[in-house]
Design a binder for this molecule. Structure first.
Ligand code: TRP
Length: 455
């Protein structure tokens, strides 16, 4: 496939923004804080940071090197190197995972649109108690039509951008809006840590209580590291495939991982002080962030302005992530099945909408999906764990085995170093990809199966 017809990033910064746009999203601002809250705070954060360093960064580089070398989508990349083997099934798993994640992610993204709508109507201008905020959250998420409607709107926006092609749509949006998001987050963090009782939140977030570490906590930390960096399903293979040969890939990859982790920690610094200041239980599940944030806006000068800016930027951050999820699926149909981009984007978006409906009904809209088969867990959380922890874990494991043992570290390094940039600590990277990453991921999954601490 000729590079020109697939499109390319305009350069290194264009790529960094686009890839950071994929990585930074609800994973950082919604999933990280509530997962940290459910898994004991500081100890989880520490394990998460270890996974980012030891697995996240090496796997980012492995995916990017494969994408850049083959200039193909998640499935085609494997086929291009070893056409006679079944390795491309790893890419197939990635395409399925992209669908699976998109189908619950767009529900949460729909919630942000609804909050944006409320903010525009002035819903966050006065002081808001945690109880009032919770009532508001429940009235939205338990309304089946509202939840489905906003999911549909969000998916339609995603389809619209992905239809337009890779660099035009994605780069332009992220270059302007990501820095703005950072500014708003910093301002919110300042407000939050100066709330009365806020310090306790920082202690909860950063002081590890090692007695809280269980296999479940480790699994969630690993899943969170992969999810937040958009790894384990070929998104970075696909994005790497649009990376110009003359630019410095290792540096760009490291920058993306750094930004993503900073934004997650910053989100924690916003949410946890506010949780403690408002007297909310950190173990509140997927609604946590949505319930806590309005209490901050209510206690801030120009709160309704901040609310509008925040929800608008969060929706856009979510959009640059859903774009990358749908792009993995669309790139596969365009490259491998010769579909037109527009047909692929619309068809896959529509199918995803149908799959998303049960998740949209899982926060009170339907009793069956809210307490799925009477299991005590809601359908959305279940999807989040199946696709966001297990499927990404298995995908990352297979990718490491592929890059480390089948394709080989020297070839991967060659791709990372093309353009004449040397890869710092290349041999350490090789050891991580061949041994440390696959063993760590494999062991975590094995222990979870043995101990049956699935969540
Ligand atoms: N990383 C994104 C977030 O944090 C979500 C996401 C986008 C993703 N593309 C992905 C997760 C690919 C896993 C794989 O919000």
């Amino acid at each position: 496939m000729a590079t020109a017809s697939r499109g390319q990033w305009s350069g290194k910064t264009g790529f960094i923004f686009a890839a950071a746009g994929s990585a930074i999203g609800l994973g950082n601002i919604w999933r990280f804080p509530y997962t940290a809250g459910e898994n004991g705070g500081g100890a989880f954060v520490l394990v998460y940071l270890l996974f980012v360093l030891l697995i996240g960064v090496p796997v980012v580089l492995a995916e990017l090197s494969l994408g850049r070398r083959t200039e193909r989508n998640a499935v085609g990349a494997f086929k291009a190197l070893f056409p006679e083997t079944k390795w491309h099934w790893v890419g197939g798993l990635g395409v399925a995972t992209g669908f699976g994640i998109l189908a619950f992610y767009s529900v949460i993204a729909g919630w942000t649109l609804w909050y944006l709508w409320e903010a525009l109507l002035g819903g966050f201008s006065g002081s808001i108690s945690a109880e009032q905020s919770e009532t508001m959250f429940v009235s939205l998420t338990s309304d089946p039509l509202l939840a489905i409607f906003f999911t549909a709107v969000f998916l339609a926006l995603t389809v619209f951008v992905v239809r337009g092609g890779i660099s035009k749509g994605i780069e332009r949006t992220t270059k302007i809006l990501m820095p703005l998001l950072l500014v708003i987050l910093i301002l919110l963090a300042i407000r939050s840590v100066t709330l009365e009782g806020g310090m306790e939140g920082l202690v909860y977030l950063f002081k590890p209580d090692f007695s809280k570490i269980t296999f479940g906590v480790i699994m969630n930390a690993m899943g969170q590291a992969l999810f937040s960096l958009s790894l384990g399903m070929g998104a970075m293979i696909t994005y790497g495939s649009y990376f110009p040969k003359r630019e410095n890939l290792p540096q760009a990859g490291a920058a993306v991982a750094l930004f993503d982790t900073m934004i997650a920690l910053l989100a924690g610094v916003i949410i946890f002080p506010a949780i403690f200041a408002a007297g909310v239980d950190p173990d509140g599940g997927p609604g946590l962030v949505f319930i806590v944030l309005p209490t901050i806006f209510g206690s801030m000068p120009a709160g309704s302005f901040f609310a509008i800016a925040f929800y608008a930027l969060l929706a856009i951050a979510a959009l640059t992530s859903t774009i990358s999820l749908l792009e993995v699926v669309v790139a596969y149909f365009v490259d491998e099945r010769d579909w037109k981009r527009s047909k692929a984007a619309i068809t896959m978006g529509a199918i995803c909408f149908v799959i998303a409906i049960p998740s949209a009904l899982a926060a009170g809209g339907s009793d069956f999906f809210t307490n799925f088969f009477g299991s005590g867990i809601d359908f959305l959380s279940l999807q989040n764990i199946i696709w966001g922890n297990y499927s990404l874990g298995i995908g990352a494991l297979l990718l490491c085995v592929f890059v480390g043992w089948k394709w080989g570290v020297p070839k991967a390094l060659e791709s990372l170093e093309s353009g004449g940039y040397s890869m710092p600590a290349g041999n350490i990277w090789g050891v991580l990809i061949r041994y440390v990453c696959p063993l760590a991921v494999g062991l975590v999954i094995a222990f979870i199966i043995i101990t049956q601490q699935y969540m």
